[in-house]
Ligand binder design. Structure first.
Ligand code: COA
Length: 260
C-alpha cells in the first residue's frame, strides 16, 4: 500500500514506519493520522510482522505536534471531535495493538508528537531529542492522551510541571524520569531499536499480545488490571505457543513460535 505521508520498510519480521513530512517537522495533519491508522491496522493484522518501529524523517524531528494550521480556527465541537477521533483512530489503537510498537524518538517530540511516542509501548531516544507538551502555550491542553499517559510514565508532579510550563526536556532528562527507556547516539537509533525488537520477536507473539493487554488494563478506568492479567494468563495455556515454549524448555532447545 502507498501512503502520502509515510515510508514503510520491512525486514526480518520488523516493520519500520517513518512519518515523512520533514518540511513541516512531521506535524500530524489529518492525512498523516489517517495514513498512520491504515498502516497500523494493516501491519497489526499481518502475522509476519512481529514488531513495529515508529520514527520521523529528517534529522530534526520525530513529530513537532498536531498540525497547528489545521485546527487554529476550530469551534468547541470541532476541537472535541478532533481529540475524540484522533484518540480512537490512532493513539488508543497503537496502545492496544497486540504487535509491540517502539517509538524511535529522533528529534523534537512535541505535543501530539510526544503523545504519539507515549502511545507506543515504549520509547528509545536519540541524544538530540527534545520532548514536551507545549499545548498550554497555544491556549489549549494536550488532547491525544497526554494528560493521562505522561503522569502514568513519569509521575503526577513531574507531568504537571511539564504540562504547565510547556517546556521541553532533553533526552537525558527524559531517560532519568522514565519517559524514554534508552538514549543512544543519533546515528545508532534505528539499529538500536532493531536490536531490541530482535529480542522481542524471539518470544511468543501470542503471549506478548496478552501481556500488552494485561499491562494496559491497569491504566484504564473501570478495569481491574489483576483480573485482566488472570484472564490473559489463563488463555495462554490453550495456545500452541505455550506448548512449544514449555516443550522447548524441557527439551533444552530454542522455541519456534507461530503466534497461534
Ligand atoms: N504544526 C504545523 N506546522 C508546524 C508545526 C506544527 N506543530 N511544527 C512545525 N511546523 C512547521 C513550521 O510552521 C515551519 O513551516 P514553514 O517552513 O512552512 O514555515 C516548519 O514546520 C519548520 O518549523 P520551524 O518553526 O521553522 O523550525 P524551528 O527549528 O525554528 O523550530 C520548533 C522548531 C519545533 C521549536 C517549532 O517548529 C515549534 O515550536 N513547533 C510547534 C510545536 C508545538 O507547539 N506543538 C504542539 C502543537 S499542539
Amino acid at each position: 500500500m502507498n501512503y502520502e505521508n509515510l515510508l514503510i520498510t520491512t525486514e526480518n519480521n520488523i516493520a519500520t514506519i517513518t512519518i515523512n513530512r520533514p518540511t513541516k517537522l512531521n506535524a500530524l495533519n489529518v492525512a498523516t493520522i489517517s495514513d498512520l491508522n491504515k498502516a497500523f491496522k494493516t501491519l497489526g493484522k499481518n502475522d509476519e510482522i512481529r514488531a513495529i518501529i515508529l520514527t520521523g524523517s529528517g534529522e530534526k524531528a520525530f513529530v513537532a505536534g498536531a498540525d497547528i494550521s489545521e485546527f487554529a480556527h476550530f469551534s468547541i465541537e470541532e476541537g472535541t471531535q478532533l481529540a475524540a477521533e484522533g484518540q480512537e483512530k490512532l493513539f488508543d489503537f497503537i496502545e492496544n495493538l497486540k504487535t509491540p510498537v517502539i517509538a524511535a524518538v529522533n528529534g523534537f517530540a512535541l505535543g501530539g508528537g510526544l503523545e504519539l511516542a507515549m502511545a507506543c509501548h515504549f520509547r528509545v531516544a536519540s541524544e538530540n531529542a527534545k520532548m514536551g507538551l507545549p499545548e498550554v502555550s497555544l491556549g489549549v491542553i494536550p488532547g491525544y492522551g497526554g494528560t493521562q499517559r505522561l503522569p502514568q510514565l513519569i509521575g503526577k508532579g513531574r507531568a504537571m510541571e511539564m504540562i504547565m510550563t510547556a517546556g521541553m526536556v532533553t533526552a537525558q532528562d527524559a531517560y532519568r524520569t522514565g519517559l524514554v527507556n534508552h538514549v543512544v547516539p543519533e546515528a545508532e537509533l534505528l539499529d538500536y531499536c532493531i536490536s531490541v525488537a530482535n529480542k522481542i520477536i524471539k518470544n511468543s507473539p501470542y503471549a506478548i499480545g496478552k501481556a500488552i493487554k494485561a499491562v494496559n488494563a491497569n491504566f484504564k478506568e473501570g478495569k481491574n488490571g489483576y483480573e485482566a492479567e488472570i484472564k490473559a494468563f489463563g488463555k495462554c495455556f490453550g495456545t500452541e505457543d505455550f506448548k512449544e515454549g514449555t516443550t522447548a524448555f524441557l527439551e533444552k532447545r530454542k522455541a519456534v513460535f507461530t503466534g497461534k
